[in-house]
Ligand binder design. Structure first.
Ligand code: IYR
Length: 228
């Protein structure tokens, strides 16, 4: 990819499709009906998933809008059981510290309805873990640093796109955020311009998978939207 200054070069908007208003409405409603079925899951099956499906979902994630189209992200896809084990051990160590003192009571109270604890079995059960890193800067082959922009926003947008693609494919996910996540740089041998922001867990739900009822409560439109 070119990182030196280039002048603007425009092409006609490719592949845009306009729908008649009624169809637009139906499509928006159909999308909402589908995406509202998405649930975060913490109990995964160990059933394997073909890698090409994950690759296609990642290609979808890579289309997300981002700062200056510098695409300041790195996705590390983990299927190796030994690496999953290392991640689980390190994550559980951080989580034990979190649940046994680091987290303020107010935070623990907010988490109480989810029933989460330091045990992260899904990190070794699920077929795929995807560690998502934001890159503060890129390193050119000669060692020059090139700054990236809106890294957390960009990674958030790409992660949302990935999550939607995974749901659309018929799989489930968990956006896991063990905190702090510095151990992912060590376990995955990532350079220091990369900062782990989310550890996504992907797979089929366990046969007896349950979710907290609390997760079903979504705000009504007028509780989170203001029209002016
Ligand atoms: N990282 C911890 C705690 C946790 C925090 C939030 I905010 C959540 O929405 C869920 C969990 C854990 O994974 O258990």
């Amino acid at each position: 990819m070119t990182r030196f200054m280039t002048s603007p070069d425009f092409i006609p908007l490719p592949d845009y499709t306009e729908y008649p208003e009624a169809e637009m409405r139906a499509r928006a409603e159909a999308f909402y009906a589908n995406i509202k079925r998405r649930r975060t899951v913490r109990e995964f099956s160990d059933r394997p998933i073909p890698r090409d499906i994950i690759e296609t979902c990642l290609l979808a994630a890579g289309t997300a809008p981002n700062g200056a189209n510098l695409q300041p992200w790195q996705f590390v896809v983990i299927n190796d059981p030994e690496v999953k084990r290392k991640i689980r051990d390190a994550a559980e160590e951080e989580e034990r510290a979190f649940y046994n003192g680091r987290a303020p009571q107010e935070w623990l109270d907010a988490l109480a309805p989810l029933g989460t604890d330091a045990n992260k079995e899904f990190l070794t059960t699920a077929p795929y873990l995807i560690a998502i890193f934001g890159k503060a800067y890129d390193l050119l082959p000669d060692g020059t640093k090139v700054k990236n922009y809106y890294v957390t926003e960009s990674v958030g947008l790409a992660t949302g796109t990935l999550l939607t693609a995974i749901h659309e494919a018929g799989l489930v996910s968990l956006t896991h955020t063990p905190s702090p996540m510095g151990f992912l740089n060590e376990v995955l041998e990532r350079p220091k311009n990369e900062r782990a922001l989310i550890l996504m867990v992907v797979g089929y739900p366990a046969e007896d998978c349950q979710i907290p009822r609390h997760a079903m409560q979504k705000k009504a439109l007028d509780e989170f939207v203001t029209f002016i």
